[in-house]
Design a protein around this ligand. Structure first.
Ligand SMILES: [Zn+2]
Length: 373
């Protein structure tokens, strides 16, 4: 039975005492079962509401109905009672609130934890690490540089003539609003990792051996074999008496380390502004073994276009004109020589994993990427 305010007929001290303690007992009992904010609100309303709350009823029933002689004593009693009930109701708010937050914060330590999938290297990162580690074992160190470059480092210091087609917006992504600046200071997204060669030679005197992995950008619409962003690894070795023989020996070793000891290498003349002479390096197709045919029914090998050879990188002896830009730091083209090479990591990953569309690498689809984890 919920508590209701009784009518008082007896205003003796003992009767007032009994009525007051019954009221406090009831209030205490109700405060103990307040479990949430809704309970708390109805509890407070029931006891404290101005209009017809229990305290108001006590005021009406006990004080106004009291005989004149007992009024003073009853007034003191009722005021004490109101103070105690108010304290209980206020206290209930605190108790209810802390019970709620404790319940919300409680942790069931017996529940099994949330398992996070262990990540794996992205196939391009993995390929890049493999290539870098081959050169690290040969004593090369890893260098890095900014992706947003100046025209000077990306083109001028690498011996690109002023009208070279690579300087056109057809091929290069320039940062907007640079027209005020002199050409060599204009910013662009680097189109190759080669600017890091110049930056490193500015900082370190010869001899140096570095590999430079990194992302580069070109104005190429995305398709199965192109992307506006892709990954390169370049290498540079400069010392006294470095010859084309060193270049061939180093790259031949690297290709065997990467693709297996049975691959053969083959250099064809080419042209790059920053190397002279320049060459493209081909390896025997590691899918068909160089025969141009695959499988028992001699199907044509697509990756090498049935030639048995796959182009893997561009390379050459560093053009003496490039050394002129860092001559002050010990790179006198009459005293030092060197070779450089650069390869597209994404394309090698495509060939290595037999993937037929470059875009799969960049779409972030876990179902695709899981296959390489
Ligand atoms: Zn092949």
């Amino acid at each position: 039975m919920p508590y209701t305010v009784p009518k008082l007929t007896d205003y003796s001290e003992a009767a007032l005492e009994k009525a007051a303690s019954e009221c406090i007992e009831a209030c205490t009992a109700e405060s103990a079962v307040v479990r949430n904010d809704a309970d708390l609100k109805s509890f407070r309303d029931r006891w404290m509401a101005r209009k017809n709350g229990i305290l108001t009823q006590i005021n009406d029933l006990w004080l106004k109905g009291a005989p004149k002689a007992a009024k003073r004593e009853a007034g003191i009693r009722v005021n004490e009672l109101k103070a105690r009930v108010t304290a209980i109701v206020e206290g209930a708010r605190v108790t209810a609130a802390s019970t709620d937050s404790l319940a919300a914060e409680r942790v069931d330590i017996t529940l099994p934890g949330v398992r996070r999938a262990i990540g794996a290297e992205h196939p391009i990162v993995k390929t890049s690490h493999e290539i870098v580690s081959v050169f690290q074992k040969l004593g090369y160190s890893v260098a890095a540089g900014p992706v947003v470059e100046t025209d000077y480092y990306n083109f001028e210091a690498l011996n690109f003539p002023p009208n070279h087609p690579a300087r056109d917006t057809q091929d290069t992504l320039f940062i907007a609003g640079q027209q005020e600046k002199p050409q060599r200071e204009r910013l662009l997204l680097r189109t190759h990792t080669s600017p890091v060669q110049i930056r490193t030679m500015e900082k370190m005197p010869p001899p140096i051996r570095i590999v430079i992995p990194g992302t580069v950008h070109r104005n190429d619409p995305p398709d199965a074999s192109h992307s506006p962003m892709f990954n390169q690894i370049e290498g540079l070795a400069v010392d006294t008496n470095i010859t084309f023989g060193d270049l061939k020996g180093t790259l031949d070793h690297a290709m065997k380390a990467l693709f297996g000891s049975s691959v053969k290498t083959h250099f064809r003349p080419s042209f790059f502004p920053f190397t002279e002479p320049s060459a493209e390096l081909y390896v025997t197709c590691f899918i068909c073994g160089g025969s141009g045919k695959r499988g028992p029914d001699n199907a044509p090998c697509r990756p090498c276009k049935q030639t048995g050879w796959i182009e893997v990188l561009g390379c050459g002896m560093v053009d003496p004109n490039v050394f002129e830009f860092v001559k002050e730091n010990g790179y006198d083209p009459k005293k030092v020589s060197g070779f450089a090479f650069g390869m597209g990591v994404d394309r090698l990953a495509l060939l290595k994993y037999g993937v037929d569309d470059l875009q799969y690498f960049f779409q972030g689809d876990v179902r695709f990427l899981q296959q390489f984890g």
